[in-house]
Design a protein around this ligand. Structure first.
Ligand SMILES: NC(=O)c1ccc[n+]([C@@H]2O[C@H](COP(=O)([O-])OP(=O)(O)OC[C@H]3O[C@@H](n4cnc5c(N)ncnc54)[C@H](O)[C@@H]3O)[C@@H](O)[C@H]2O)c1
Length: 308
């Protein structure tokens, strides 16, 4: 298949591009390198340094005769979306619409869309949330992800464009960007390995469902076989507090830094955990990586980065 991977220089999608290439697919990557890194680009992929809002994007679709779009390019920082919702919407809504228009003009068959279980369900009514949980995003980022899902529904209904929406929990693992405000595991790893003091936002008793990037990649491989249109949670069904994660990384790195807490952040819910049984039924997918093992691998990655 010819697959366009947007955001393929980033944390998650670069590893999806690697897996697609290993499975024998032809991969084209579009990324504006706003947070992505050229080091993450698979040399076997055709890379375009381009913004998804670029009106010329449709020519690229024509030239490559894309079969499937795997859409991961996004402004994905919840706090930035609160500070600058217009920037967030330009990237996540207008950028995605530009892609969808290119899809219908050039005969693309399917779109795999990286959505967010964490951000879309908001403060949950039940735990873990399955796909039937009501959507009540409490950040502009969550709103734009939900809008993306609604547009997919419209394009499927009107033009027959197929879709698989993957609602991820909190993804962590090698290649995550430790420099922004998002990605707590990467931030803790980097700071603790550098002997710096990380700040835990709020009490640290807020919970998240941490899913390893390798498991997310496996779900994206399986999603290529889908034929119907579906919304699928990709998480572990288990909660860990931010304090739990801090303590585990503190121990694995041997940093032994005391815990320092700062104010809680706007736009972030207190408890977040999602149910993966639908993924098990329709994709044959279950999360394989246990959190402790995943953190060990992630710390090992950040250690190896320090040496290069
Ligand atoms: N990391 C998580 O926990 C998580 C959870 C739920 C959903 N997601 C979604 O998964 C996707 C990938 O997230 P990630 O964690 O790998 O983040 P990331 O920032 O590493 O990857 C995003 C990539 O998209 C690129 N990009 C951003 N805006 C672009 C634009 N306008 N045009 C072209 N390229 C652009 C960036 O340069 C980067 O390479 C995002 O859509 C995000 O919303 C991530």
């Amino acid at each position: 298949m010819k697959i366009l991977v947007t955001g393929g220089a980033g944390f998650i999608a670069s590893q999806i591009a690697d897996a697609y290439i290993s499975a024998g697919h032809e991969v084209i990557i579009v990324d504006n390198l706003s947070t992505g890194r050229t080091e993450n680009l698979n040399p076997a992929a055709t890379f375009y340094h381009m913004d998804i809002q670029d009106p010329d994007l449709v020519n690229l679709f024509h030239n490559h005769q894309i079969d499937v779009v795997n859409h991961h390019a996004a402004q994905m920082d919840v706090r930035r979306s609160v500070d600058d919702p217009i920037y967030d919407a330009k990237n996540n809504v207008l950028g995605f619409l530009n892609i969808l228009q290119a899809c219908i003009k050039t005969g693309v068959k399917r779109v795999i869309f990286a959505s967010s279980g964490g951000a879309i369900y908001g403060e949950q009514d039940f735990f873990p949330a399955d796909e039937s949980h009501k959507t009540q995003p409490c950040s502009p980022y969550g709103i734009t992800k939900l809008v993306g899902e609604k547009y997919l529904f419209f394009y499927a209904l009107t033009y027959g464009l197929g879709y698989t929406i993957l609602r991820y929990a909190n993804v962590y693992g090698p290649r995550q960007n430790p420099h922004g405000e998002a990605g707590v595991v990467a931030i803790f790893c980097q700071r603790l390995l550098n002997g710096e003091q990380p700040v835990i936002n709020g009490t640290g008793e807020q919970t998240r469902d941490f899913v390893f990037v390798g498991d997310v990649v496996a779900a994206n491989l399986r999603a290529l076989q889908q034929t119907g249109n579906d919304i699928i949670n990709i998480g572990t069904g288990r909660e860990a507090t931010i304090n739990d994660v801090y303590r585990a990384i503190n121990r694995i790195t041997g940093a032994n830094q005391p815990e320092e807490h700062g104010p809680g952040k706007e736009g972030e819910q207190f408890r977040s955990v999602i149910d993966f049984h639908h993924a098990q039924t329709v994709l044959g997918w279950t999360p394989r990586m246990d959190l402790q093992q995943g953190l060990l691998q992630t710390v090992a990655f950040f250690k190896s980065m320090q040496k290069t």
